[in-house]
Design a protein around this ligand. Sequence first.
Ligand code: Z5A
Length: 213
Amino acid sequence: MRGRFITLEGIEGAGKSTLASALRDALQARGLTVALTREPGGTPLAERLRDLVLTRGEERVSPEAETLIMFAARAVHLDNLVRPALERGTWVICDRFTDATRAYQGGGRGVSTDFIEQLAQTVHAGLEPDLTLLLDLPVEEGLRRAARRRVDRGDQTDRFESETVAFFSRVRERYLHIAESAARCQCIDALQPMQLVQAQALAALSRLLEQRV
Ligand code: Z5A
């Protein structure tokens, strides 16, 4: 049986990476084979594209060019990792997918919806996530968490992390709009303690597991 495609979305610091590991462990405990991956990235070539698009450099990258690089990385990731895994029956948990392009490039940078949807049709017509968990929290809290984690790890800021509160507020609004209009999306209040966030995500996953039969 085909695997299921689960995507995690939210502004930075929402807790996606933390939740992704917890969900993988929970699914593996049920005997399922799980691939944990991320976008942009997930395969060696897509990770190289990730470095190109996230690293702050001298040269200007237009919002449309940024969108094209996101979809180039996505096409490689889908061909070489996601589709083969789903066909083998592996469940794929992906930290960000096309909703991130809708929210960041569309909502945040103002790239046209038509342009993004045409690329989505070209790159993954017929493939949508079975479940999308949107971790929603106020921008200021997300930025606080991300800044704390950066200090702990000694990381540099990337091209997105140096954006303004206004930018991330537009991203959050677009995410909330997507979650309201797409039945595959479930919005979780990410201000709650991690255990509650994980319990709600697992409840959403249980529904997906029940639908398997
Ligand atoms: N991007 C794009 O523009 N267009 C696209 O199409 C795609 C991506 C696919 C890289 O994403 C950037 O690419 C991203 C959008 C852009 N830039 N931004 N912003 P990324 O996913 O690699 O990076 P990120 O969004 O910055 O993720 P993150 O900072 O790693 O956040 P996270 O994974 O959501 O959070 P976390 O690491 O799990 O948790 C952050 C901290 O909070 C950590 O210390 C946790 O212990 C803590 N935490 C987590 N949950 C909780 C709760 N519930 N309470 C308290 N503390 C918590």
